[in-house]
Design a protein around this ligand. Structure first.
Ligand code: PAF
Length: 284
């Protein structure tokens, strides 16, 4: 596995590989790999000749009071894990190489970024789409794999690729969960054992919403009340949002149907913000 640290070297690598007719598949990450990331890498391997994993904690997608300065990292461990997964290149640029002095360009997907996480994290999605466009320009992937846990992010990136004719096929990987149901996240390490019990209220509340949906409750205000009450009954939970949306358009719905998805964001013990989501008709 090659470790490449500058955009220029990465561009040169991508050009050489394109000339050879090799297809490359990008897995964009912010590092601190867990099984979820490794599953994305395994999926990527099935789609191309080379898997490129980017490891970059993107400062412009963090708000001023967010966890940028303490975002977990362990480069050596990540590099070892990526190599074991057969990754060809680990692209790990520094912040000043990605955002040199004078940087002032941004890409925003307007409508899809306005609600849910977008309403609670102003500027977050512009930070995500801007860095993803940069990664696509630098790496020129044929495919890029994103996890479905960040469901809104995935929808925004799909829209951007379509709107800007970027020609990258976006692949979605299902949410990877711990045995107890907690969606895997690099941020889970911030939780101690007791706090983790509260974190489980996210996946359990999606299960609850699914059960109520199966029993015929379609009114999302009612479903939302039940979900919120369940989460709030757990210590240290502060709900950012409980949203019922159409899986394709991400518009809020008042009556749930088979394509309705519940999206959740909850801050735990004033320190860890977790997200999760599931389709009411079939949560997995
Ligand atoms: O999902 C993430 O880890 C990040 O938002 C991404 C896509 C790597 C961009 O920094």
């Amino acid at each position: 596995m090659e470790v490449i640290e500058t955009p220029d070297k990465m561009i040169a690598w991508a050009r050489n590989h394109a000339v050879l007719g090799r297809k490359n598949v990008l897995v964009p990450t912010m590092g601190y790999f867990h099984e979820g990331h490794l599953s994305l890498m395994r999926m990527a391997r099935e789609y191309g000749d080379d898997v490129v994993v980017s490891l970059f904690v993107n400062p412009i997608q963090f708000g001023t009071n967010e966890d940028l300065s303490r975002y977990p990292s362990d480069f050596d461990r990540d590099a070892e894990l990526a190599e074991k997964e057969g990754v060809s290149v680990l692209f790990s640029p520094s912040t000043d190489k990605m955002y040199p002095a004078g940087f002032q360009t941004a890409v925003t997907v307007e409508h899809l970024s306005r609600h849910l996480c977008g309403a609670h994290r102003p500027g977050h999605f512009t930070g995500v789409t801007t860095v993803v466009v940069k990664l696509f320009h630098i790496i020129r992937p044929d495919f890029a794999v994103f996890g479905q846990k960040d469901f809104q992010q995935l929808a925004i990136i799909r829209r951007m690729v379509l709107d800007l004719n970027m020609g990258v096929e976006i692949l979605a990987h299902p949410i990877v969960r711990e045995q107890d149901g907690l969606a895997m996240s690099s941020r889970n390490i911030y939780l101690d054992k007791d706090q983790r019990a509260s974190a489980l209220s996210l996946s359990k509340s999606i299960e609850l919403a699914c059960e109520l949906f199966q029993k015929g409750i379609r009114d999302t205000t009612r479903l939302g009340e039940k979900v919120s009450a369940f989460i709030s009954s757990h210590a240290g939970t502060d709900i950012d949002y409980v949203g019922f949306v159409d899986s394709n358009t991400l518009e809020f719905v008042s009556e749930a149907d088979n394509s309705t998805r519940l999206l959740l964001a909850v801050t735990l013990f004033n320190k860890v913000r977790l997200i999760d989501n599931g389709l009411l008709a079939g949560f997995s």
